[in-house]
Ligand binder design. Structure first.
Ligand code: ADP
Length: 605
């Protein structure tokens, strides 16, 4: 079986075969049951036909005996005429009074003239069993329809015969009343079972005698019934199965004629009774078939169930094996990856170690460089101060001529420039070696900017550059005053140096956020290419052409950034080539209580 909703054809096959076998079994069982039932009904038809024959013979014999009696009485009437004593004759003949209840004689008009038990003066000419003889000479006895005697409260069946005069004309009629029970009592001797019936009926459809569990009436007409129709319209002898028109019970009927009389006898036994044995057996067969079906089904389901389990087990085993292989593969893969990782780790560690070594070497070199610069600066400043001092003296000496004075001033200026450079280099190395002492206080940015502007005003005026400044209220900042002044002065000096003649400088102090203040210097100078902005603030990085004639060392901005970093604040630049640059520094705002007092001292690290 595949997974999911796919059909398990093997299981379907097993269940299908089981279903087929069960179906065949039931077909066979039902056929057998039908066969047995048909046999039982055929047997019943045969048995009932035999009974019909037996009852026919008995009925004929009885009727013939009664007719013999009628013939005898007629003969005596013919001979003795009015002198005949019917009651005496009746007694003499020792007639069985259970069968023949009484006897009467009528005259040719149907008037009762004699009786074995009295002769009421009544006319019976309208009665069928008398009228039939008054009308014509049939030469045969007539078995009349049973009539209910209200006097005796019993059913009586008249049997009559015509009495002729010697010339053949009618003398009268003789009749006897027969007890119909005589016949039915005889039928009783045979067991026809529950709901069985035996009926003697006339060609007129009316009962003459009847044996049945139910219904005592005899004035019943069955001329619409199937037995009657079959006996009178088709063969007078036969057997059929149908529902009785009298009581609705389904019966197996056999019927046959009474020879010499317009009468028929029929024996009907209940189909239920005839089939009771076959039905009992059918029940047993069905029970057995049911059990066999159940067994089959259980067997099939068992096969399917264990089949499915076996398949599942197998699939599970296969999946397990596949999983194990996968796990092994994955484990191997993992191991190789682990090995690769370990190797990479080793490499990384080696690289790390090398990096540390190199870093340490670099730090050592940097420290050595800074130490060297620091030492060198000291070494340079001492003689430089001497050079500047003597150049100053020389320039004020009255004894020298103008040419020498100019030379002395040149020495003085170059010396001062050189000293400035040395001081800057010294500061830079101090910051880098962490030896720069800082004193952070609340600084009035307006005042500081004013001082810075004043220090470069002469240079600006020489270049015809206009300086404007805007200072917002509440822009006191926390900073090392000296170092902040150094940074702003550097920004301003660059703004003059890299400006155009007749240009402009805007200095501003604004609150950039609630607790930060930005000091900025904007110029209308050359501007800096966007791609080169990254080069700014790096030591000895000059972006102007070496032949531009603008003096500079490339240290100012680098030192500014280091100083800002040492104070824990940031600097930055925005610039557009051709229209100018903006250099800024952003500082924490000082609250008023911090004014003019050292807020905190800090040593750059
Ligand atoms: P220096 O001015 O001594 O060369 P800085 O560190 O102060 O050194 O400046 C570095 C470089 O940055 C300068 O050489 C110049 O090319 C550029 N620069 C600085 N300020 C400006 C400015 N305001 N306008 C244009 N270029 C500037």
């Amino acid at each position: 079986m595949k997974r999911g909703r796919n059909v398990d054809w093997a299981s379907v096959g097993v269940v299908g075969i089981a279903g087929l076998l069960i179906g065949l079994l039931w077909l066979a069982v039902e056929a057998l049951i039908r066969q047995e039932r048909d046999n039982a009904l055929d047997d019943a038809k045969r048995n009932n036909a035999n009974l019909v024959r037996a009852f026919e013979q008995h009925t004929v014999r009885t009727l013939d005996h009664i007719d013999d009696l009628l013939v005898l009485i007629s003969k005596r009437a013919q001979v003795e005429g009015d002198a005949l004593d019917l009651a005496a004759l009746y007694r003499d003949l020792n007639i069985d009074s259970k069968v023949v209840i009484n006897s009467i004689i009528t005259n040719g008009e149907g008037l009762v003239v004699k009786g074995s038990h009295g002769a009421p003066n009544v006319s019976l000419a309208d009665r069928e069993h008398i009228a039939v003889h008054l009308k014509e000479d049939t030469g045969r006895p007539f078995v009349g329809k049973p009539v209910h005697s209200r006097v005796a409260d019993r059913w009586l069946m008249p049997i009559t015969r015509r009495i002729n005069k010697p010339d053949g004309t009618i003398l009268g009629t003789v009749g006897v009343a027969v007890d119909p029970n005589y016949f039915s009592d005889f039928y009783k001797e045979v067991n026809i079972g529950l709901n069985g019936v035996v009926v003697l009926f006339g060609a007129d459809g009316v009962f003459r005698s009847r044996l049945a569990e139910t219904g005592a009436r005899l004035d019943v007409n069955i001329s619409q019934g199937q037995v009657f129709k079959a006996a009178t319209q088709g063969s007078p002898r036969g057997a059929i199965i149908f529902d009785s028109v009298v009581d609705g019970i389904r019966r197996v009927f056999a019927y046959g004629p009474i020879p010499g009389y317009p009468l028929f006898v029929t024996v009907g036994t209940s189909v239920d009774r005839e089939l009771s044995e076959a039905n009992a057996r059918a029940k047993a067969y069905r029970l057995a078939a049911g059990m066999a079906s159940g067994l089959f089904l259980c067997l099939a389901l068992g096969v399917v169930f264990f089949g499915i389990r076996w398949q599942r087990e197998r699939r599970l085993q296969e999946a397990k094996a596949a999983l194990e292989i996968r796990v092994e593969e994955r484990t191997a893969e993992l191991r190789s990856r682990q090995a690769a990782l370990a190797e990479a780790n080793l490499r990384l560690e080696a690289i790390g170690a090398r990096y540390l070594e190199e870093k340490e070497a670099a730090q050592n070199a940097s420290r050595a460089k800074s130490d060297f610069l620091s030492n060198m600066s000291h070494e340079l400043r001492t003689p430089l101060n001497a050079v500047i001092g003597f150049a100053q003296l020389l320039s004020t000496e009255e004894s020298i001529d103008d040419g020498h004075r100019q030379s002395a001033l040149l020495i003085l200026n170059s010396g001062r420039y050189l000293l400035e450079l040395v001081n800057e280099v010294l500061d830079l190395s101090r910051v880098e070696t962490g030896k720069l002492a800082l004193s952070v206080v609340a600084v009035d940015s307006g005042r500081l900017l004013g001082e810075c502007i004043a220090s470069i005003r002469a240079e600006a005026e020489a270049a015809e550059i206009e300086i404007r400044s805007v200072v917002e209220i509440g822009t006191e900042v926390l900073a090392d005053r000296k170092r902040l002044r150094q940074i702003i002065t550097n920004y301003l000096s660059n703004a003059v140096k890299y400006n155009r003649r007749g240009g402009r400088i805007e200095v501003a102090a604004t609150a950039s956020t609630e607790d930060r203040v930005r000091l900025q210097v904007r110029d209308t100078g050359l501007g800096i290419e966007a791609g080169k902005l990254g080069e700014l603030f790096k030591p000895f990085s000059r972006l102007v052409d070496a032949n531009s004639g603008i003096e500079g060392t490339g240290i100012g901005l680098a030192l500014s950034r280091r100083l800002a970093e040492a104070m824990g604040v940031s600097v930055g630049v925005e610039s557009e080539i051709g229209s100018g640059s903006l250099f800024w520094i952003e500082l924490p705002r000082a609250v008023s209580s911090q004014r003019d007092e050292p807020a905190l001292s800090r040593v750059a690290s």
